[in-house]
Design a protein around this ligand. Structure first.
Ligand code: HEC
Length: 208
């Protein structure tokens, strides 16, 4: 009895896998259609961002496990997108960075009423990372950044690593779950420099 049940569960699962492989393209097309027609009300819906570029297509198709060749191609392509602030000043103001880290508004889709165009954008970093230990709520998809500068210092190398990671996380990890803030135009190079300061400046609450 038990064996029959197990066998029939296994068969159902197998059938499901075969079906998924056959119809994957059709299902994806349907999903794309639902998404593109689902958010048509209001201005500033940023629907352009729902279109996947070559990098995201590779990550989606490989379920975030690209082959070594694919990963290498992504990292090269994404590295080439990084832009730096005026005078290469990658270390900004930690107090401004604290705001950017915390602010959750940027390029939303599906908003009911349009946001004011001059509303400052942020990175919503707490959605995935802990940082200032006084902040009450933080997500944990990303690692904790508390004590970041205390542990790594603020050498030129650390500053550049941190800047590049925030500007385009996929220039380091091919299919990272962290958004490409600079590349997507969510944050400006100056805002990213301020975030770097928030993470590495010894005076920042992150390092207290
Ligand atoms: C959707 C989740 C998500 C968001 C939002 C996010 N990150 Fe990340 N972040 C990650 C993940 C996951 C990693 C680790 C994997 C990797 O390296 O890509 C990471 C890694 C990092 C690293 C490298 C950490 C190390 O130990 O070397 C830094 C620095 C960083 N994030 C800063 C930020 C900042 C600043 C923001 C806001 C502008 C931000 N992250 C927003 C998910 C996120």
């Amino acid at each position: 009895m038990k064996k029959t049940l197990l066998a029939s569960v296994a068969l159902t699962v197998l059938a499901g896998v075969a079906w998924a492989a056959d119809d994957e393209k059709a299902i994806q097309a349907l999903v794309d259609q639902y998404i593109s027609t689902g958010y048509q009300q209001g201005e500033k819906q940023h629907l352009e961002r729902l279109k996947q570029d070559e990098t995201l297509i590779t990550c989606s198709e490989t379920r975030n496990i690209p082959s070594p060749e694919q990963a290498k191609a992504i990292i090269e392509r994404e590295k080439a997108t990084i832009k730096y602030p005026e005078g290469n000043k990658m270390l900004g103001n930690w107090e401004k960075g604290k705001e950017v880290f915390n602010t959750g508004f940027a390029m939303r889709v599906g908003v009911i009423s349009p946001d004011k165009a001059d509303k400052p954008r942020g990175g919503n970093c707490y959605a995935c990372h802990a940082a200032d230990p006084k902040e009450v709520a933080a997500g944990n998809i990303g690692n904790s950044l508390t004590g970041y500068g205390k542990m790594r210092g603020n050498s030129e190398e650390t500053v550049k690593y941190t800047y590049d990671k925030i500007f385009n996380s996929q220039s380091m990890m091919a299919c990272s779950n962290m958004p490409r803030f600079g590349h997507n135009g969510v944050l400006s190079p100056e805002q990213i420099a301020d975030l770097v300061a928030f993470l590495v400046d010894p005076a920042s609450p992150v390092n207290k």
